[in-house]
Design a protein around this ligand. Structure first.
Ligand code: ADP
Ligand code: MG
Length: 318
């Protein structure tokens, strides 16, 4: 068997199977957006890492060096946001070909520094090495109060499914040969955990369909989504039309939107949603039909919601 048959998630499952987590300090380990660890203080430590690799995650023709740096940190900030946490300290490891212009590296690193400053993250170390292509890996620590920790695993039948912002923008830009710098929803995540007490949360990196499946699998529930409620901006609609793609497909499967997808009880939402100054939309509901994800179209017809989001080793990004 080859990795391309197993896929990214199959491989992680296989690797994770042999890792027994029996440390009482580990509140959440493999299988969530970040690990959550008890460290003796009043708050939990959040710990996450993500890599960007040239010609895998990006090509230098469609993204500036500054944007590569920005994005490398943004994807990590987004994982801390998905746990309901506040990002704190980062380590930055870079691999670069020797012929890389120093100016390129300066602006690449400026992208990291500017975003770190924006979210008050300290860059406290890292590693530097020669590499055949640009690779950047960032590890990020964050913190969260135990009562506000948001996992993928707590969604209950009857909960509403919500998403922040709008979807499909990143994929629409990609199709047009452009890059849309992600805006990690850290402040929004904090408001959501403090006010709405989400029963589960994840960030949309692979695509709405795929990331909703992660929530359903972790929570052992099902979900139904109304296609007409999925927020898609006018610009994304126009750009997808110009590329001859269905905007709904981009919203469901495009990925890299880095919006937050979460579930919350209808009672809590009806009490507080109107008071909250965060752009968010109810797009569906959690059901007790374990593993069953449905898309309800504008005529009210039900379709199975297939998780065709991005998966490494399977070349499938729209
Ligand atoms: P995200 O998209 O939120 O960054 P991933 O899909 O990359 O999450 O990873 C899913 C889960 O698997 C995470 O909890 C991550 O820490 C874990 N994981 C990914 N790769 C490995 C690995 N090589 N070894 C152990 N855990 C891993
Ligand atoms: Mg994530």
């Amino acid at each position: 068997m080859k990795l391309k048959d197993l896929g990214e998630f199959g491989l992680i499952k296989r690797l994770a199977d042999d890792i027994s987590i029996n440390d009482a300090q580990v509140v959440a380990g493999i299988g969530d957006d970040a690990a959550a660890i008890k460290a003796g203080g009043p708050k939990l430590i959040l710990f996450t890492t993500d890599s960007l690799i040239e010609n895998v995650h990006f090509t230098c023709s469609t993204i500036t060096p500054y944007q590569i740096g920005w994005k490398a940190l943004a994807v990590n900030l987004s994982d801390i946001a998905a746990m309901g946490g506040v990002p704190k300290h980062g380590l930055v490891s870079i691999g670069l070909p020797p012929q890389t212009p120093v100016d390129f590296v300066d602006s690449f690193y400026q992208g990291i520094k500017d975003l770190a400053n924006k979210f008050k993250v300290n860059i406290v170390g890292g590693d530097t090495a020669r590499s055949p292509q640009l690779i950047v890996n960032i590890s990020l620590l964050g913190e969260v109060e135990e009562e506000y920790l948001a996992l993928r695993s707590g969604a209950k039948a009857g909960d509403k499914v919500l998403v922040t912002g709008d979807l499909g923008g990143s994929a629409a830009h990609r199709l047009a040969g452009k890059h849309l710098p992600p805006r990690p929803r850290v402040e929004e995540g904090r408001v959501i955990v403090r006010r709405l007490w989400p029963t589960s949360m994840i960030d949309i990196s692979d695509g709405l369909a795929s990331d909703l499946r992660h929530i359903c699998e972790s929570s052992q529930v099902g979900a139904k989504i109304w296609s007409q409620k999925i927020p898609v901006s006018e610009k994304t609609r126009q750009m997808s039309e110009q590329s001859g793609k269905d905007f709904l497909r981009l919203a469901l499967e495009g990925g890299e939107d880095y919006e937050l997808l979460f579930t919350a009880s209808p009672r809590r939402l009806s009490k507080l949603m109107s008071e909250i100054d965060v752009s968010m939309t109810v797009i569906g509901e959690i059901t007790d039909q374990k593993g069953k994800l449905l898309l309800i179209d504008k005529e009210g017809k039900l379709h199975p919601l297939e998780s065709k989001g991005y998966e490494h080793f399977k070349e499938n990004r729209p």
